[in-house]
Design a protein. Sequence first.
Length: 437
Amino acid sequence: MLTAFARAFRTPDLRKKLLFTLAIIVVYRVGTHIPIPGVNYKAVQQCVTEAQGNQGLFGLVNMFSGGALLQITVFALGIMPYITASIILQLLTVVIPRLEALKKEGQAGTSKITQYTRYLTVALAILQGTGLVATARSGALFNGCSVASSIVPDQAIFSTITMVICMTAGTAVVMWLGELITDRGIGNGMSILMFISIAATFPSALWAIKKQGTLAGGWIEFGTVILVGLVMVGLVVFVEQAQRRIPVQYAKRMIGRRSYGGTSTYIPLKVNQAGVIPVIFASSLLYIPALVAQFAGSKSNWAIWVKDNLTKGDHPIYIVSYFLLIVFFAFFYVAISFNPEEVADNMKKYGGFIPGIRAGRPTAEYLSYVLNRITWPGSLYLGLIALVPTMALVGFGASQNFPFGGTSILIIVGVGLETVKQIESQLQQRNYEGFLR
């Protein structure tokens, strides 16, 4: 990986792309530290210090925003509205025929879906920004903080609207920065910004573990966490690269005087076909009852049960629910993102077949069978990786958003592998020597 980056910096056009990407990253990180108008910055800093390591329901979203959410800055919402909008549209593509038809239209249809994603992102940013401002005004953003109620001193309607507009505009700017990286930089812009947001929280989280440690001044715990992180990165890289290759043979066809086909290839089915999306879905779904109970402030039995069982990461009911939801969403997302019938029809249309399997429906059934078989280890792997923060809570007394937790490691490794592959492919295009030397 380091060799690829070194070679890229020696190539003039790739060096420009890398420097442009780094410049956008700097702009993004600066924006995560600019507070919005109407916020008492000193009170926010005091509450962040008091709540460090106990960020509650907003910990995951705060991680995705690079720590900007709890700071209530211009980029407080970060990239989360865009991620949510993308997932919603991806799910709706299966349900709404119009979106499915747009997806099949090629570049023009994809551009239209991207435009819909932008509109939905702005709408979600307005909704989430309003919720964040309302939470900050009520003092529920930092439970237990002595100055939580004075974070937003001016609670007038005009001040509230201004704060929501600033955060919505910040989300639109983040979306624009991500598209700039995609067009003129290296890698997928949204993925790069998500990578930076998560990586930015690593140093403070690691140092907090060191300060809370008791063995050799905390260095034993610190070294153990680093070692566990390296093992997890190796495991995630191994599984993310694992795939089942189903061989496909194309029959030779004569069109005019030319023969086509007669080649052999394969369909790569990844073990973790769903990526990190099941973990995000499961986390979001578990946050809903706790969030409702927190805002309702009810003293009823259901609210007390939710607060006791579904807000503590080390509670057995929370662990089992989280694991089962991840497994369920892994199968659900694979079922809607990979259509065996469509793949089988396309193969039949172009004269392709799997050796030993008849074309058409038997091929679709075989693909579905193989996909279900490899989704089981993939979903169990996601569930076990996601439970690492829970084990860290028990073993080290770490925060619920452990720096080498499942969500963060999956995203960082996935984005890193994707970016390195893009750099290597562009280097190969620029250094291709051909058949003759």
